[in-house]
Design a protein around this ligand. Structure first.
Ligand SMILES: C[S@@+](CC[C@H](N)C(=O)[O-])C[C@H]1O[C@@H](n2cnc3c(N)ncnc32)[C@H](O)[C@@H]1O
Length: 338
C-alpha cells in the first residue's frame, strides 16, 4: 500500500470514527436554539452566546463546527447565518423543518444505538435495558410518555412535508374512492392524499391514543380536516372497509408473522400501497436502508426488506399484481392489486 493510500484510509477511518461528534454538534445546536436564534437575522458569536446564555468560547467552537459542517454560513464581518439547507430543514418555523425528527433521533434512537452490541447479540430491541420499559413491544417505548408520543408523531409528520407528494403521485390512485391509511399517525400522509385525490374518502386507522393526540394537537386551526380517524389495534380490530389500504413505514416495525397478521386484515380491499425504504435485491444495501434496518432491530421489532420480500408478503395476503416505483426521496411506493 502506498503512503497516499494509507493516508486516505486513515482519514476515512477517522471520519467514520468521529461521525458521532458531527451528529452531536447538530443535535446540540438544535437543542440550544442556535438555528432559531439565527432565523430572523445573522449574528456574531458573542451576541449569539449572550442571547442564548452560553459560554462565549464554547459557543464559538460549536458555531465554527456548525459552519465547517455546512449548517451555518460565516460572513466577512464574522457573523453567523443559516445556510440555505438549515433555513429549510432546521429552522423551527420552516414548513419543511425536521427538528422533531432530529430530537427523536438524538434522543431515544441514539440511546438504543449506544447498545447496538446488545441488539446484535440478542437479536432484539434494547428498549427495556435503555428506556426502562417493561416490554419489548416497540411502541411501549416510543410512546412511553405523552410528550414522547407527540414528539414521535411530529417526527413522522415532518417526513411527509417533504415526501408525501412524490410518494402519492408515484401511481395514479384516483380510481380508489375509499382509502384507509393503516397506522397513519397524525394523518399527514392521509391529508395529502385527500388533497391530491379530492374524490377520495380517506380514513386513518390508528391506536386510540394516537387518534386522540392527532385530534387534540395536529388539527389545522379553522379548517375542517379532509380525513377521518378510527381508533383500534391492527392486531385485534377489523380495519375500516376500504378499496385501497396504505401502509407507510408500518411493516418495517414488525417481523414477518406480525406483518402477515396486519396484511391479513386488508384482504377486503382491492389494492395495497406500501411505502418503505427498500433494500437492494441481495438485501445488503444501500447503507441508509441498512442503517434503518439496524434501527428497527435496536429500537423496534422489524427490519427493512427487499422488493421480492414485499412482493411475497403482498401475494400471501391475496394481492398478486405488484409494481414498485422509486419517486424522489428515500421511500419506494409499491402498489399491489388483486
Ligand atoms: C413508524 S410509524 C409510521 C406512521 C405513519 N404511517 C408514517 O409513515 O408517518 C408506525 C405507526 O403504527 C402505529 N401503530 C403501532 N401499533 C399499532 C397498532 N397495534 N394498531 C394501530 N396502529 C399501530 C403507530 O402508532 C405509528 O403511528
Amino acid at each position: 500500500m502506498s503512503e497516499a493510500e494509507l493516508d486516505g484510509d486513515f482519514q476515512r477511518l477517522m471520519e467514520l470514527a468521529t461521525a458521532f461528534m458531527g451528529s452531536q454538534v447538530l443535535f446540540t445546536a438544535c437543542e440550544l436554539g442556535v438555528f432559531d436564534a439565527l432565523d430572523p437575522a445573522p449574528r456574531d458569536g458573542p451576541a449569539l452566546a449572550a442571547a442564548l446564555g452560553l459560554d462565549p468560547r464554547g459557543a464559538g467552537l460549536l458555531l465554527d463546527a456548525c459552519a465547517e459542517l455546512g449548517l451555518l454560513g460565516r460572513g466577512p464581518d464574522g457573523a453567523y447565518a443559516l445556510s440555505p439547507a438549515s433555513r429549510q430543514l432546521l429552522a423551527a418555523r420552516s414548513p419543511h423543518t425536521q427538528r422533531a425528527t432530529l430530537s427523536f433521533l438524538g434522543g431515544a434512537t441514539r440511546a438504543v444505538w449506544a447498545r447496538l452490541g446488545g441488539a446484535v447479540r440478542e437479536g432484539r430491541n434494547q428498549n427495556p435495558e435503555v428506556l426502562g420499559v417493561a416490554t419489548r413491544e416497540p411502541f411501549a417505548a416510543i410512546y412511553r410518555t405523552e410528550p414522547e408520543r407527540l414528539l414521535f408523531m411530529r417526527a413522522m409528520q415532518e417526513t411527509w412535508s417533504l415526501w408525501a407528494g412524490p410518494v402519492l403521485a408515484a401511481f395514479d390512485l384516483s380510481e380508489f374512492r375509499v382509502i384507509c391509511d393503516v397506522g397513519g399517525g397524525s394523518g399527514a400522509l392521509a391529508t395529502a392524499c385527500a388533497r391530491l385525490y379530492p374524490g377520495s374518502d380517506v380514513t386513518v386507522f390508528e391506536t386510540p391514543e394516537v387518534v386522540a393526540a392527532a385530534q387534540e394537537h395536529f388539527r389545522e386551526p379553522g379548517e375542517a380536516p379532509p380525513i377521518r380517524f378510527v381508533g383500534g389495534d391492527f392486531f385485534r380490530s377489523p380495519l375500516p372497509p376500504a378499496d385501497l389500504y396504505i401502509l407507510a413505514r408500518v411493516l418495517h416495525d414488525w417481523g414477518d408473522g406480525a406483518c402477515a397478521e396486519i396484511l391479513g386484515r386488508t384482504r377486503g380491499g382491492s389494492a395495497l400501497l406500501l411505502v418503505e425504504a427498500v433494500l437492494d435485491p441481495e438485501g445488503r444495501g444501500p447503507l441508509p436502508a441498512l442503517l434503518l434496518s439496524l434501527t428497527m432491530l435496536a429500537q423496534a421489532a422489524g427490519r427493512e426488506r427487499t422488493e421480492a420480500e414485499f412482493r411475497a408478503m403482498a401475494a400471501a395476503a391475496g394481492f398478486r399484481h405488484f409494481r414498485l416505483r422509486c419517486p424522489r426521496g428515500p421511500f419506494a411506493a409499491m402498489l399491489a392489486r388483486k
